[in-house]
Design a protein around this ligand. Structure first.
Ligand code: PLP
Length: 400
């Protein structure tokens, strides 16, 4: 007898389409700086998180190529078997040095770092308070952990503190992203740290969008706030400002050693290919050696914020190169997104039901790939987007 088919999933897919919640996954056929080709059409893209241009950097690409030719393409096994190439330990040591932490453990991605962390550290008897806007991987980690956990309203440290205070004994964790991808805003980290300290909770910072971008030396949002010594666990990824692939957990030696013994996504998956690790080492070297990349990104960021605000656009609490523009209703947001699409400018549109009604927004990431003429094209397209949105009525009820 043939397999049964999946009518229930076909119905679910139909529902996802009907609700406008379908995740489009366009195939990028070619990349050159911020220009990419999808279905034969060229776009100016603001969707990549390659903030500092390292993903296309010649030196980083050469490092990857050299590791492939002198070694093997794959590790063909987990770290405990044949997965521990010289570059793996070198990358972990380089990350720890860069961040000024005692040690760091590498995972397949930031997603795996998160689902490898809380489930290893916590369990029944533990309590985790997490910002509701944290990345999907941290929320998934809470579910996998077996710990009691609760999400608090975005940025509401008073509620976070009440949750921690009300938790029964046992170990407690306060979990926050450094930069929130949904609003481009920063964690109120000083308040989070103070409240966590009052209740004996450890602070876990997922700084995926902050690493390499924030702080004088690029060590992220904790450096930006001068709070590095206060953070118990730092999670990050090389897939954004690092221009590559690979998640990490950085912190004190016993923490990292414990993960090497007990974290399932660290132990039981093939280690990333040596070329990926070699590229990571090279990218970190560039990050440390060329702070002017970060300075240029921030100069661009300040100018773009100003120019977009001058158009009358609402940037909410956008703090840096991950720029979120609020448009209000679903119809206004869709009209704005359509105008940008006509202009060949690619951004990420977040319209209801993906976000609450009234809180539709467009997200764009500024990178060193964007040249002056690209930015001029962005301003022109955003002016058209605003006009198209205004044609659908005013922005009343923009919930933030
Ligand atoms: C992107 C991101 C991740 C996932 O990182 P990957 O390396 O892409 O798996 C995790 N957490 C946050 C906050 C992120 O923004």
């Amino acid at each position: 007898m043939a397999a049964r088919g999946w009518p229930e999933l076909e119905a679910a897919l139909e529902r996802i389409r009907r609700e406008g919640a379908w995740h489009e996954q366009p195939v990028v056929e070619r990349i050159d700086g911020a220009r990419l080709v999808v279905d034969g059409r060229e776009w100016l893209s603001f969707r990549s998180n390659d903030y500092l241009g390292l993903g296309q950097d010649a030196e980083v690409r050469r490092a990857a190529a050299a590791a492939v030719s002198g070694y093997a393409w794959s590790t063909s096994a987990a770290r405990g078997l044949t997965g521990n190439s010289p570059w793996h330990r070198e990358l972990e040591a380089a990350l720890a040095r860069f961040l000024g932490s005692e040690d760091a453990a590498i995972f397949t991605g930031g997603y795996f770092a998160n689902v490898g962390l809380l489930p290893a550290l916590t369990g029944p008897g533990s309590f985790v308070a997490i910002d509701e806007a944290c990345h999907a991987s941290t929320r998934e980690a809470c579910k996998l952990s077996g710990a009691a956990w609760a999400a608090y309203p975005h940025g509401d440290v008073a509620v976070m503190e009440r949750l921690l205070a009300g938790a029964a004994g046992g170990d407690r964790y306060a979990v926050t992203d450094g930069v929130f991808a949904s609003g481009g805003d920063l964690s109120p980290l000083p308040d989070v740290v103070r409240a966590a300290r009052r209740h004996g909770a450890r602070v876990l910072l997922d700084d995926a969008h902050g690493f390499g971008v924030y702080g004088e030396e690029g060590r992220g949002v904790a450096e930006h706030f001068g709070l590095e010594a206060e953070i118990d666990v730092r999670v990050g990824t090389l897939s954004k400002a690092g221009g590559g692939v690979g998640g990490f957990v950085a912190g004190a030696r016993p923490l990292v050693e414990f993960l090497r013994q007990r974290s399932l996504p660290y132990l039981y998956t093939a280690a990333l290919p040596p070329a990926v690790r070699a590229a990571g080492v090279a990218a970190l070297a560039v990050l440390a050696r060329e702070p002017e990349r970060r300075r240029r990104l921030w100069e661009t960021t300040r100018v773009v914020h100003e120019r977009l605000r001058a158009l009358g656009l609402d940037l909410g609490r956008t703090a840096g190169p991950l720029v979120v523009v609020w448009f209000g209703s679903a119809t206004r947001t869709r009209a704005a997104a359509a105008a940008l699409e006509r202009a060949g400018v690619q951004v990420l549109a977040m319209a209801p039901p993906a976000v609450p009604e009234g809180a539709g927004r467009l997200r764009l990431a500024l990178t060193l790939h964007h040249r002056l003429e690209d930015l001029e094209r962005l301003y022109a397209a955003m002016a058209e987007a605003k006009a198209a949105a205004d044609g659908e009525g005013n922005g009343e009820g923009a919930g933030r």
